[in-house]
Ligand binder design. Structure first.
Ligand code: CP3
Length: 344
């Protein structure tokens, strides 16, 4: 598509380094913005906001208007897939997600094979609204959770510190756990294709909990399912641009890159720069990796940290981002300071 040639964010994913790295922030639409809190208050629940196309489009555009980021990410959540699979998904204020736990083989046997994508129609509608409203130079990112990370919430029924319930099920009942993963792979492929059709220019696969797995389990439950999703999407859209975020993958990043064939990896702040340059950025684009806590801190510490990220990665194919989502208590002035520092 000729249009994508004008988007610096897509150009990096296509292999062309930009002298000023394109930038956006994970969780850029969110509680640190007063205009988000205002919309959130009138939407009702969090999922009501995700499934209201006008309001979801509005909060997606808010950080673009305020900061002029190079990419917008559609406002939604990785847990809309379990919701569309008919699982109960609720977001309790101040507590995070609550699902009915899928914690034994008998319950997994009742898991639907196919999501009801009609339930996700508002997400596709919001994507269309955002794509129409965005400047052609600004990219629109669609996303899903990686099967492993989505499964950790489905099995436990909530967030846990160490994903023990999913890890235990994967050891005790590998066939049962593989069934959950397979259902998520197939439905994530469909979901990502529908997002591309609705106007997404690139996709990100969030594997927030990849880092808790030992290497053999990481290969089986994180890398292989992600590889199947990339393959499934590219079977229909051969030039689909896909970013992987296997948070905490560390020394296993080169194996992830090699096997999944993603166009870029998002790295967290613990990544060792020399290793990333030699083993990852020599092959594909890198996205990251400012520590969200230094963005809360601000001042000289923030300037130093931004300079370090640029010195580490901006000589190659690079997208400036945080190493994980922005925290709600982050001052807006610090975001502005970071942007000025990156763009010079
Ligand atoms: O990045 C963006 O701005 C796009 C929107 C987005 C949200 N969640 C909105 C959201 C994206 C890309 C996600 C991904 C997501 N959701 C992940 C993977 C990335 C990551 O941050 O690790 C995960 C693990 C989830 C599941 C989830 N959703 C949790 C654990 C929580 C509760 C924790 C929290 O931050 O409140 C959510 C809720 C959620 N998703 C909020 C937002 C803005 C906060 C809800 C609110 O406003 O009340």
């Amino acid at each position: 598509m000729p249009q994508s040639a004008t988007k610096p964010f897509i150009d990096v994913l296509s292999g062309q380094r930009q002298s000023i790295p394109p930038m956006w922030m994970m969780r850029q639409a969110g509680r640190y913005l007063p205009e988000y809190r205002e919309v959130r208050a009138k939407a009702g629940g969090f999922l009501d906001l995700c499934f209201n196309p006008q309001l979801a489009a509005e909060v997606t555009l808010q950080p673009i208007r305020r900061f002029g980021f190079d990419a917008a990410i559609i406002f939604s959540d990785i847990l809309v897939i379990p919701h569309a699979l008919g699982r109960s998904v609720r977001f309790e204020v101040g507590e995070g997600p609550r699902l009915d736990p899928l914690d034994d083989p008998a319950k997994v046997a009742t898991l639907a094979a196919h999501a009801d994508f009609g339930k996700l129609e508002p997400v596709f509608e919001a994507l269309k609204l955002v794509r129409t409203a965005l400047d052609p130079k600004t990219a629109l990112i669609g996303f899903c959770g990686a099967p492993w990370t989505v499964a950790t919430y489905m099995v436990a029924g909530q967030g846990t510190p160490d994903q023990a319930p999913a890890r235990m099920m994967a050891y005790r009942h590998p066939e049962t756990f593989a069934k959950i993963i397979d259902v998520l792979v197939e439905n994530s492929i469909q979901y990502l294709l529908l997002q591309l059709e609705a106007g997404a220019n690139a996709l990100q696969i969030f594997d927030t909990w990849a880092g808790v797995l030992p290497p053999a389990e990481f290969a089986r439950w994180s890398v292989q399912p992600t590889r199947r999703i990339v393959e499934g999407v590219r079977a229909k859209v051969p030039d689909a641009k896909i970013i992987g975020f296997p948070r905490g993958a560390g020394a296993q990043l080169p194996a992830y890159v090699e096997a999944t064939d993603v166009n870029a990896v998002s790295i967290d702040w613990t990544a060792e720069p020399g290793f990333i340059r030699e083993r990852v950025q020599s092959k594909i684009a890198v996205q990251g990796n400012l520590d969200p806590l230094v963005l809360i801190t601000g001042g000289a510490a923030l300037d130093r940290a931004v300079d370090d990220v640029l010195a580490n990665f901006a000589q190659g194919r690079f997208i400036f981002n945080l190493g994980h989502g922005i925290q709600p208590e982050t001052p807006i002035a610090h975001v502005e300071q970071m942007i000025r520092r990156v763009r010079g």
